[in-house]
Write a protein of this length. Sequence first.
Length: 343
Amino acid sequence: MTYVLVVIGIALVFDFINGMHDSANSIATVVSTRVLTPLMAVGWAAFFNFAAAFTFGTAVAKTMGSGLIDVRVVNTDVVLGGLLGAISWNLITWYFGIPSSSSHALIGGYAGAAVARVGIRAVLWGSAWVKTLVFIALSPLLGMLAGFGLMVAVSWIFRRVPYGSVDRWFRRAQLASAAAYSLSHGANDAQKTMGIIAGLLVASSSFFADPSSRLHFMHLTDLKEIPVWIILAAHAAIALGTFTGGWRIVRTMGSRITKLKPFSGFCAESGAALTLMGTSMAGIPVSTTHTITGAVVGVGATQRFSAVRWGVAGRIVYAWLLTIPMAGAIGAISYALLSALFR
């Protein structure tokens, strides 16, 4: 039982690191356009990451908990091995300032650890995997199209308005778009940790079955409904991680891909938020990093293709392609070490 509680704690640490690593994307545009100071921006983003607990349901959590890996093969070593794979890859990419996907790191680490335990039969080949893998490519494209479309529309609508007036108006509007992006980020990303914790509790339900135990509230036999305490804990962890910032990645997202102004920042955040809200309601665990990066690229491409620093964007794409296999390999190695240690 103690081991299970420790792993739940580590899952929340992953959620915190996810907030530190991924949620920098929530504030990069609003900081780079100088609409908010970094401290105000992280507070704004953290609040709306937590507020997402009360908005978009738990469809993504159910996909993560039981749609990708057969919960019958999951044990505490599998979950911890997967978390270690994801955390390790997150820290490696964070150190180098590369906005890779924490979501896909978690999926890869979890799958790698499960496969290391029982082989390929641990993977539930079906629509959940199809949607997840398809949206590796589709989420940045949707973000790019949304950002591009909004940028074209906004430029046309305000074409006769003096630039100073446009700049002042969108400085205020960007507060709303930053809030919408942070809300959609929390709605999708925090649910992935919820799903992992809920899956672990289902696999370990016998430990908490005693009705007289103080920990009986952790007894979970299926994933039809995610307990409120898991929802609040996951959103609190990601919000706290957001508040710590992620300044290396902020610089990459906010200025090294393309230069942003308040109205272009508004379009990038709004395009990404619309994409993430749709996928969250559909229960698809997408990469919020992919989506906001695609939106930033789409906004930059409306000016001219040379406005986008394609070399930086290309380096990010390589990190994306490596994330699931690398996190999976680390997860598998971690599971092997844990199973040998606790045999």
